[in-house]
Design a protein around this ligand. Structure first.
Ligand SMILES: Cc1ncc(COP(=O)(O)O)c(C=O)c1O
Length: 387
């Protein structure tokens, strides 16, 4: 097909040309002085993105690797952790924790709402022996387009005077939705490269609190590749215990520059605005949002419910085939029932206009019952709210 492909899945996201160019450089000696400068620069540059003054650890991995690293560095076999069933990714993380030998209290959810913290109180208060060692929450559930309030979870932990660690997955929120590791007193924040950071897949990140570092010294889950102690020790001088993905670090340095040039508050506002325009389109089409509560709407992506009897993947396939636009599939129990529009990362008004045009034409092409005018509603909002 001629022209550009539209990659509007909720990650991996579009990689800006300047980041692609930055990565197209010779790979250097990862034990030499030039690499050490690069590593220290990106490790320091990541802190403001997490809004932390503490260490950020980086692994050559996907987000799943960073999930595992967060658990094995802080917990011991048989420990109890609380997790919230916010959707597909929270369920995968729960499954991983069970496989690692942890007892998981999984607070049920309907995959349309954020973490149900009302259930947390009773569990924390009943846990006088402090057998619960961690509470894990997915900040932005990428399968549903629903955010959870990390501050709320922290408030409940504090109100119960419970010492459990707070571990947060920000894989599809970091660099897109306001997130404050230090202010919200989070112990381990999990992230990766291919979403708001506008990089290809391949880097996993953890921001780590002092408390998590201390707890980690007594944590007994087996760990080797994921052990953050040698990583943090070597990172001090700009090195890694094993071969790092050098060219991704060139890209990361450029992506961090781009985010800082725009300014994080502007980045968050841009994502909010594109999310609002997308929801206006969905509303005008007469389709339903999967997210139920407006205060939990995601700025990274919008999950749209298909009218009864129509298959989301048939629609997605037609849109890809005719318009060269990739949309996110429904995951797990949502397969076929929803499609997801990614509006995070390197994105602007006209890219959103093109994306929504592809959706609107696809709905018509496949014969899904809808009202036209979604694109117009979105464009109307975009030009009225343009800065
Ligand atoms: C919220 C969330 N957590 C975890 C993951 C897993 O990350 P990865 O596929 O990079 O291993 C994803 C992937 O999309 C995600 O969106």
């Amino acid at each position: 097909m001629s022209g550009r492909h539209f990659l509007q899945i909720p990650g991996p996201t579009n990689v800006p040309d300047r980041v692609l160019r930055a990565m197209a450089r010779p790979t250097i000696d990862h034990r030499g002085p030039e690499f050490a400068r690069l590593a220290r620069e990106v490790l320091d540059g990541l802190r403001p993105i997490f809004q932390t003054s503490g260490p950020v650890v980086m692994y050559p991995s996907s987000g799943t690797g960073a999930w595992e690293a967060a658990l094995v560095n802080t917990l011991s076999p048989g420990d109890t952790v609380i997790m919230f069933e916010t959707g597909h990714f929270a369920t995968l993380w729960r499954n991983m924790a069970v496989r690692l030998g942890l007892h998981v209290g999984f607070i049920a959810g309907d995959w349309r709402r954020g973490a149900d913290v009302s259930m947390l109180d009773a569990m924390l208060v009943a846990d006088r022996a402090h057998t619960i060692k961690a509470v894990c929450v997915v900040h932005n559930e990428t399968s549903t387009g629903v955010t959870s309030s990390v501050e709320d979870v922290r408030r409940h932990l504090n109100a119960a005077h419970h010492p459990a660690l707070l571990i947060v997955d920000t894989i599809s929120s970091l660099g897109s939705i306001d997130y404050r590791h230090d202010e919200w007193d989070v112990d381990v924040t999990v992230a990766c490269s291919q979403k708001g950071l506008m990089l290809p897949p391949g880097l996993g990140f953890l921001a780590v609190s002092e408390k998590a570092l201390a707890v980690s010294r007594g944590a007994k889950l087996a760990r080797s590749y994921w052990d953050w102690a040698p990583m943090i020790a070597d990172n001090r001088s700009g090195f890694f215990p094993y071969t790092p993905p050098t060219n991704l670090l060139y890209g990361l340095r450029e992506a961090l520059c781009a985010l800082m040039e725009e300014g994080l508050p502007n980045v968050f506002a841009r994502h909010r605005r594109h999310a609002e325009a997308t929801r206006r389109a969905v509303k005008a089409w007469g389709l339903e949002l999967l997210a139920v509560n407006p205060e939990e709407y995601s700025s990274s992506l919008t999950a749209v419910v298909m009218p009864y009897g129509y298959d989301a993947d048939t629609l997605r396939a037609a849109i890809l085939d005719r318009f060269d636009l990739s949309l996110g599939t429904g995951l797990g129990q949502l397969k076929g029932h929803v499609f997801r529009i990614g509006h995070l990362g390197d994105f602007n008004d006209l890219m959103l206009g093109g994306t929504l045009s592809g959706v609107e034409m696809g709905l018509a092409a496949v014969g899904v019952p809808f009202s036209s005018g979604g694109v117009t509603a979105a464009l109307d909002y975009l030009w009225r709210s343009a800065r």
